[in-house]
Ligand binder design. Sequence first.
Ligand code: ATP
Length: 235
Amino acid sequence: MAPVLSVQGASKRYDSGFEALKSVDLEIEKGEIFALLGPNGAGKTTLISIICGLVNLTEGKITVGGHDIVRDHRKARSMIGLVPQELTTDQFEKVYDTVSFSRGLFGKPANPAHIERVLKDLTLWDKRDNQLRTLSGGMKRRVMIAKALSHEPEVLFLDEPTAGVDVELRRDMWEVVRGLREAGVTIILTTHYLEEAEEMADRIGVISRGELVLVEEKTELMRKLGQKRLTLLLT
Ligand code: ATP
């Protein structure tokens, strides 16, 4: 089967001349959870922003669901659900309304059954008439994910879903991602933490200074790291 996402030789040079991505190759299969692991400034957000069409590619080719992100941008973008690092919702909106409105932004006809399924998958159905301001931080994050899934994308991007949150919320997010896996959603997430990548992902890619230096099945990576893993976690 053709990959959901194909990245070939993707490079990004900013106007300053800084090379944030260096010839990245990556393929993501339907239904997999892929974690892109890397420290501050490694290029994680740049890669996601390019795939989502928020930043231009300098060189290379990227397709989402077979659609080229440059030549067929609108179609490719409609196949992507993006959950950015910051919460971007009006606190006075109601849960159901904000999620179904988000679907409309992609020009998709209403599909109440889909919205209901997404809200149920994220345990938001009972809160559908609540204003966002009444929800906990964890529930607000779930609403952001529901919005990103509202237009039935092929792949969901979670950009540092646990940045700046406490331990409890991190664990809650791990649970959410596992639940979405059960629902068959394809996910690419970015993180600074190896243990988090291990908790959520099937495959892990390590990005360092704009280069994808390693891509490995999680179980294989854990086996290879063995004792060294402890050292990595402690540094
Ligand atoms: P973090 O984990 O801190 O979010 P990241 O891995 O997502 O980091 P990016 O935000 O992709 O890293 O940044 C990669 C590099 O590109 C950094 O060195 C950053 O300073 C640089 N960079 C990002 N945006 C621009 C820009 N508009 N112009 C010049 N350099 C930029």
